[in-house]
Design a protein around this ligand. Structure first.
Ligand SMILES: Nc1ncnc2c1ncn2[C@@H]1O[C@H](COP(=O)(O)OP(=O)(O)OP(=O)(O)O)[C@@H](O)[C@H]1O
Length: 251
């Protein structure tokens, strides 16, 4: 599925956070969004996944304006792994993942054997099957993050939007989560802080700074010593290992 956010403007009060920002992802493309703290990455993603309504501009899914779609219909196309996931009630892990099935159900339709099989499968994929009956609120941050990914997997959408999905994860689970996402072969738009992780997984990267897109392109084109200095004010060296994988060393 093709996704685009065109000329998005968004202000919080008098402060304009997104100043006519445009990004896009082609079908099955893995697109990364990087930029310093406070540059507007989450705000842009929230406009894409309908938590915020932009003051101007339009989000399109496969050429159709998002604003014209029902929430159920857009939830069948796009699943989200946001940064913070709090529930007011004490849901079990299985119940949280079952929520991913709700866009596929009619108003009072009950969960059936297929839904439970999809949920079990999603929990196995993220290695959380033995936590199925645990209370979600008792999980560690990293465990919760993996359950939220399982919920997104259970939603079975052609597009995933991820807001710093590896935030709470150790290196094993960071790589595991992004490999799972990459192997899904769906369209992905993800905010990522770790530039080496972005270099490893993204087909294309957008750099957001001060509410505008400062650069865009393949990791190799974007993650240069010069740009890293301009965007983050740090010195670095960009090297390539024997397998052709690029690495950014901060000096
Ligand atoms: N509800 C809000 N009201 C006012 N200002 C807000 C609100 N939400 C975010 N902001 C401000 O908007 C700016 C962009 O925030 P945003 O969370 O989009 O940045 P980010 O690039 O995702 O940052 P980080 O890398 O720290 O997660 C920040 O200066 C933030 O303080």
């Amino acid at each position: 599925m093709k996704v685009s956010a065109d000329n998005i403007r968004l202000s919080y009060g008098a402060e304009e956070i997104l100043k006519s920002v445009s990004i896009g992802a082609e079908d099955k493309e893995f697109v990364g969004l990087i930029g310093p703290n406070g540059s507007g990455k989450s705000t842009l993603l929230k406009c894409i996944y309908r938590i915020l309504k932009p003051n101007d501009g339009c989000v399109m899914l496969d050429g159709s304006p998002l604003q014209d779609m029902s929430y159920r219909s857009s939830a069948k196309k796009m699943a989200v792994v946001a940064q913070h996931n709090y529930y007011n009630f004490d849901f079990s892990v299985r119940e949280v993942v079952l929520m991913g099935r709700s866009p596929h159900k009619k108003a009072i339709e009950r969960d059936n054997a297929r839904d439970y099989a999809i949920v079990d499968n999603a929990l196995c994929t993220v290695g959380m099957e033995r936590f199925a009956d645990r209370s979600f609120s008792t999980l560690s941050g990293g465990e919760q993050q993996r359950v939220i990914l399982a919920r997104a997997l259970a939603q079975q959408t052609p597009c995933l939007v991820l807001d710093e999905p590896t935030n709470h994860l150790d290196i094993t689970h960071q790589l595991q989560l992004l490999k799972i996402v990459k192997n899904l072969n769906v369209t992905v738009i993800s905010a990522i802080h770790d530039l080496n992780i972005a270099a490893m997984f993204c087909d294309r990267i957008y750099v957001l700074k001060d509410g505008i897109i400062a650069a865009e392109g393949a990791p190799r084109e974007v993650l240069t010593r010069k740009l890293i200095k301009e965007i983050y004010q740090v010195e670095s060296e960009v090297v390539e290992d024997s397998r052709g994988q690029m690495h950014i060393l901060f000096t």
